[in-house]
Ligand binder design. Structure first.
Ligand code: PEP
Ligand code: MG
Length: 835
């Protein structure tokens, strides 16, 4: 097997084999973009290493051969005392894991070669700077010398002394040995704890391995006509067109990434290095056109000569993703379908996060960079471990001088991140944007001393609450009023394109007029689940509800129900009006009655205690709830149906339009249950609103209902999959307890891959759904089908619902945009011609 390929060699291997950086360098080489020469060691080699903990046979000989070719090409020799070839050894996995793995620069210097480099360049301090950097980076990455043993102010002697003090060895003079151990260190870094945490957080498989790129060094640290930088073809925060990035004169890449020096905006380069700047602009234009996507690049200017060291699709905020996709479609760079396909539905969530109320009069304690949008409040923590610990008790904001990849677990645990130091492309900024978390970076007014923070005249300690606004860079002491998110034009544009593509309709789960209105603003095409139980809470209603439950007989219950009816009716009227012209599915009372009663221990009244005890069930979720209530106490459902019919009539009279009402019965498992409840529904309806159209249907949320869907469909106009209960009952996983108990263990130990309450268990629950669809439609081909469990707002589950041929999905109002996009993407995948 071959393990090594030059950048300009044709290969069949893509990103999986060469890693993202490797394919990018090869592609840029092919395009004629200025890229230093070099070669890629494949992920196959890394996987072989991970299996045996040793470099695979033949790899070293191949590396030697490719070094020889590099020497030929560059006219330099590896380890030469006269004109040494220096290389960087850079990680690059198939999936981008920014900053998680290791890179070593200036490999190939030793005590003799450094003198050769000094003579050749006529710049001794430059040569020494390279050597000092090598000793430090090599020490840290290859030998695990702690970062704080070195300083950027060290000279070669001091760096070497620190190296020897920490390792007990002289710095290795054999350059081939340096190279070999650097390659091993990059392979090893795939397994580092921080890389593992990152992979878990991003669901990246552990067995991919990383490629290694060995690249001829070009030098940004040769003085003022040199430098290094990172740049985006569009603003990664907003998506606005135009170059965006940072530049550091007389520096090597690690200085930018590690935040040792604060970089300057890219435009300073236009003044100091105009030719290289123009070339950069032109190259980035070409790259974006070639990849048809926003690119994130690393570059170095070596004595006015530009080199690209990396290009990749830029991680961007949701707002930037929408703006870039919409404008690239307008520019004709991509189609509308491609624009829709490019947005990660989960990312839309970012835009739907609450923001700080713009009208609130607030005292801004400090300002930093608006590195990743959204607002977050929480108790401050000063290190990642404490973040994880304290996040168990409540929201935290991680406050650091700057973050490093070792902080990744703390960033995952925190609501947001605030750093003193570092730019828009700093680690904190890039990682937070990728996670969709608010981040304010480079807040230089913030002073940290141990576990004390000084911020705008305040002295803060661990646990004190602050609020950060990643959209504006503002930092506040204490909690701050938030407002619902603002949807912008690009969001509307992309979702309108998605609407043209999707087949599934999207409804919302809402049980009050405000939520219904919000759902409608987000594009909901109706209500798929109006849970009526929430309407029985509230100071005026709960006592009446309790009276109803505690009544001795039907007479007493009816008396209480008569008083509840007007409340229900006015709720329904509000919802019908908010949803005018769109269907509203109202689900009759579902939960076990004891949910409305106080706990037995809280009650002194003996009669009440007795009644509460009588209602007690060992497994209430499998007990007297859903349609079982309606059948045992028909007067409850009768009141609800009456309230629905009267509300529909009243709204019709008021507005001239009849609401599209769908009455839904929960927890049905037998045809007979629904048949009886349908009769009840029809007879009440005939009394109240004989001329108003309506539908009667059922939830499918117990396995028996799915299996007997053919019979149940005889008496149903529609089915709505209640996948919360269907998951609970199919898996025998309690929806109230599993997630806090064994499910966590199952997920962390890989017994199952996903939380089935979040993403449909397609093999099990999904199979029952498929059976229900087939059997239901066999009886009634035009049976209306939907889903209203939480899965209706999960992209992967939505794709499955599309495949099943459901008519709609229904989800919480904030998820409606996500569902519109995910439905369109599902439709696009279905129509795509298989490769
Ligand atoms: C369900 O079970 O999926 C459902 C939507 O109903 P609820 O969550 O109210 O039980
Ligand atoms: Mg249910």
């Amino acid at each position: 097997m071959r393990y090594v390929f030059d950048f300009d060699e044709p290969t069949d291997g893509g990103r999986e084999l060469l890693g993202g950086k490797g394919v990018g360098l090869a592609e840029m080489t092919r395009m004629g973009v200025p890229v230093p020469a070099g070669f890629t060691i494949t992920t196959d080699a890394c996987r072989a290493f991970l299996a045996s903990r040793d470099l695979p046979d033949g790899l070293e000989a191949e590396v030697d051969e490719h070094i020889r070719r590099l020497e030929e090409r560059t006219g330099k020799r590896f380890g030469s005392p006269d004109d040494p070839l220096l290389v960087s050894v850079r990680s690059g996995a198939a999936v981008s894991m920014p900053g998680m793995m290791d890179t070593i620069l200036n490999v190939g210097l030793n005590d003799e070669a450094v003198q050769g480099l000094a003579r050749k360049t006529g710049d001794e301090s430059f040569a020494n700077d390279c050597y000092r950097r090598l000793i430090q980076m090599y020490g840290e990455t290859v030998d695990g010398v702690p970062h704080d043993r070195f300083s950027a102010d060290d000279d070669v002697e001091r760096a070497r002394a620190a190296y020897t003090a920490a390792t007990g060895d002289e710095f290795p003079q054999d350059v081939r040995d340096q190279l070999r151990r650097a390659i091993l260190a990059v392979f090893e870094s795939w397994s580092s704890p921080r890389a593992q945490v990152y992979r878990r957080a991003h669901e990246i498989p552990d067995d991919l391995g990383t490629a290694v790129n060995v690249v001829q060094m070009v030098f940004g640290n040769k003085g003022d006509r040199s430098g290094t930088g990172v740049a985006f073809t569009r603003d990664p925060s907003t998506g606005e067109q135009g170059l965006y990035g940072e530049f550091l004169a007389n520096a090597q890449g690690e200085d930018v990434v590690a935040g040792i020096r604060t970089p300057q905006p890219l435009r300073v380069m236009r003044e100091s290095l105009p030719n290289a700047f123009d070339q950069l602009v032109e190259t980035m234009r070409r790259l974006e056109e070639h990849y048809r996507d926003v690119q994130d690049i690393e570059f170095t200017v070596d004595d006015e000569q530009l080199y690209l060291l990396q290009t990749r699709s830029a991680k961007r905020t949701a707002a930037a993703a929408l703006k870039a996709a919409a404008s690239m479609a307008d520019e004709g760079l991509i189609t509308r379908e491609e624009a829709v396909a490019r947005i990660d539905p989960a990312q839309l969530d970012q835009l739907l996060h609450p923001m700080i109320d713009p009208a609130a009069e607030l005292e801004v304690a400090a300002k930093g960079l608006n590195a990743s949008p959204g607002a977050a409040s929480g108790g401050i923590v000063f290190d990642a471990d404490t973040a994880v610990e304290r996040a168990k008790a409540g929201p935290v904001v991680l406050v650091r001088y700057e973050t490093t990849p070792d902080d990744i677990h703390g960033m995952i645990a925190a609501q947001g991140v605030l750093t003193v130091h570092g730019g828009m492309t700093s680690h904190a900024a890039v990682v937070a944007r990728g996670m969709g978390k608010p981040c304010v970076a480079g807040c230089e007014e913030l002073a940290l001393e141990g576990t004390t923070a000084r911020l705008g005249g305040h002295e803060l300690h661990e646990g004190d609450v602050i609020t950060i606004d990643g959209g504006t860079g503002r930092v506040f002491v204490g909690e701050v009023p938030l407002v619902p998110p603002q949807i912008n034009e690009d969001f509307e544009t992309i979702l309108a394109w998605a609407d043209d593509i999707r087949r599934l309709k999207v409804r919302a789960n809402a049980d009050n007029p405000a939520d219904a209105r919000r759902a409608r603003e987000f594009g909901a095409q109706g209500i798929g689940l109006c849970r009526t139980e929430h309407m029985f809470f509230g100071d005026e209603r709960l006592p009446v509800m309790q009276e109803m439950i505690l009544a001795d007989g039907e007479r007493g219950r009816r008396a209480a129900l008569d008083r509840l009816l007007p409340f229900q009716q006015s709720d329904f009227e509000g919802i019908f009006e908010a949803m005018a012209g769109l269907p509203v599915t109202i689900r009759l009372l579902d939960p076990p009655l004891h949910e409305f009663l106080p706990a037995e221990g809280e009650v002194t009244d003996a009669r009440l205690r007795k009644r509460i005890r009588a209602l007690h069930e060992a497994n209430p979720m499998l007990g007297t709830r859903g349609c079982r209530l309606g059948l045992q106490f028909p007067e409850i459902y009768e009141m609800q149906i009456r309230a629905i019919a009267r509300a529909a009539l009243a709204v019709q009279e008021r507005t001239g339009d009849a609401p599209c009402v769908e009455v839904m019965h929960p927890l049905v498992g037998f045809r007979e249950e629904l048949a009886r409840l349908r009769d009840l529904t029809e007879s009440v309806w005939a009394e109240e609103a004989p001329d108003l159209e309506h539908l009667v249907g059922t939830m499918i949320e117990v396995p028996r209902a799915a299996l007997r869907a053919d019979e149940i469909a005889e008496v149903a106009d529609f089915f709505s999959f209640g996948t919360n209960d269907l998951t609970q009952t199919t898996l025998a996983f309690s929806r109230d307890d599993a997630e806090g108990k064994f499910l966590t263990h199952y997920l962390s130990h890989g017994v199952i891959e996903r939380n089935p309450f979040e993403t449909l268990d397609i093999d099990g629950v999904g199979d029952l759904m498929r059976i229900a669809v087939e059997r239901g439609r066999a009886t009634k081909p035009d049976l209306k089908l939907g889903i209203c469990g939480e899965h209706g707002g999960d992209a992967q589950s939505i794709a499955f619902c599309d495949e099943l041929g459901l008519d709609y999905v229904s989800c919480s109002p904030f998820r409606v945009p996500l569902a519109r996009l995910a439905s369109a993407q599902a439709a696009l995948r279905e129509t795509a011609v298989p490769a």
